[in-house]
Design a protein around this ligand. Structure first.
Ligand code: NAD
Length: 353
């Protein structure tokens, strides 16, 4: 029995998670899988009921399942809460509590959407790389932190084991792909980055087949836009990864297309990278593909069923090739379909493939 905790969260979260569940149940039937799903509150939806964004009950459920599928959290209603009560603080806490130290974000272009990017199709065509961001260390968690009237301060710190485990995962990922790894740092300015670089090179000794390339983060931001095809796997620390993974994602099209996986030694959480999109929430307009592709990543990473992940990607590709578009990925002249219509089409494609 596969146990999945689902957390719709806020805004469009419930709409896109409903789409993902429809796809899951089609796969369950097709492949005779036994999947148990259990829904929990998180974010504003939890705050309104329990007065806190993340309850111990939700956290316990996330710790006792095979994988977590999250929609999105937050919205204007909860924006003015104190920093420590905001949805972002709850997101950081859940990552830390589940030990989700690695965030995987694919930057892969669907041919049918080559025109949806801000880059020229010939620069973009064939782009397929994975950004691995360290997620539970670095400046987002380092102490001391704070501000007063005169100054504000944060601390960028990495322990040896934190760099070693993410580097190892990055080399292992590169071994399964094109065997090329780019480690992004700022070793010319930051001691913490020089430390990062030293450890990545140590770990490299265990993976001699992988070609390792160091790149400064400012250059990397430029290279991702100039020539994205040069990358296979990128690994970087929390702060730089936050920015580089957004740039990498956006060159491939809309926020509504981008899945992610956050992985630790014992737990994993899958979610689209977009937020709760309050401007379109409740209108059946959200693009569910990012969340459906997050389910594909779940089959790849947590359930070791690559063939089912591939089926999901193929179904998405076929539907895009048929010309079906939600509003966020439509060009002028395209007819626009709803969340439920595109979900039905993807599900129907799974059933026939
Ligand atoms: P957003 O990602 O919610 O929306 C940005 C724009 O992209 C909006 O115009 C929205 O309509 C569009 N968009 C996003 N996802 C889409 C989809 N699936 N289909 C079609 N269009 C889509 O970012 P924002 O507006 O900056 O943030 C809104 C709220 O979401 C805030 O409260 C923010 O804190 C929260 N947020 C949560 C997460 C998360 O849960 N991981 C991530 C980012 C933002």
């Amino acid at each position: 029995m596969i146990k999945i905790v689902t957390i719709p969260g806020d805004g469009i979260g419930s709409e896109v998670v409903a789409s993902a569940l429809q796809v899951l149940s089609a796969l369950e039937e097709k492949h005779g899988l036994e999947i148990e799903t259990e829904e929990h509150l998180f974010g504003g939806a939890s705050y309104d009921v329990h007065g806190e964004m993340l309850t111990e009950e939700t956290l316990d459920a996330c710790k006792n399942c095979d994988a977590v599928l999250l929609g999105a959290v937050g919205g204007p209603k909860w924006e003015n809460l104190p920093h420590e009560k905001k949805p972002e603080a709850a997101l950081l806490r859940i990552r830390k509590e589940l030990g989700l130290f690695a965030n995987f974000r694919p930057a892969k272009v669907y041919d049918a959407l080559l025109n949806a990017s801000s880059l020229k199709p010939d620069i973009l065509s064939g782009t397929d790389f994975m950004v691995i961001r360290e997620l539970t260390g670095g400046i987002y968690f380092g102490q001391p932190r704070g501000y007063d009237r005169e100054r504000g301060w944060n601390t960028m710190v990495y322990e040896q084991h934190e760099v070693e485990r993410i580097a190892r995962l990055a080399f292992e990922t590169a071994m399964k792909r094109q065997k090329r790894l780019t480690s992004i740092d700022k070793a010319n300015v930051l001691e913490c980055s020089q430390f990062w670089r030293n450890i990545v090179h140590e770990v490299h000794k265990d993976f001699p087949e992988v070609e390792l390339n160091d790149m400064y983060v400012d250059n990397a931001a430029m290279q991702v836009v100039r020539d994205p095809k040069q990358f296979d796997v990128i690994v970087t620390k929390n702060l730089f990864g936050d920015i580089i993974s957004d740039i990498s994602g956006m060159i491939t099209g809309s926020l509504g297309m981008l899945p992610s996986a956050s992985i630790g030694s014992d737990h994993a959480l899958y979610e689209p990278i977009h937020g709760s999109a309050p401007d379109i929430a409740g209108q059946n307009k959200a693009n569910p593909i990012a969340t459906i592709a997050s389910v594909a990543m779940m089959f790849e990473h947590s359930l070791s069923m690559q063939h089912i992940a591939d089926e999901i990607y193929t179904a998405i590709e076929r539907v895009l090739e048929s010309g079906m578009r939600t509003a966020d990925i439509a060009n002028s002249g395209d007819s626009i379909v709803s969340t439920t219509e595109i979900t039905d089409a993807i599900t129907a494609n799974l059933e026939v493939s």
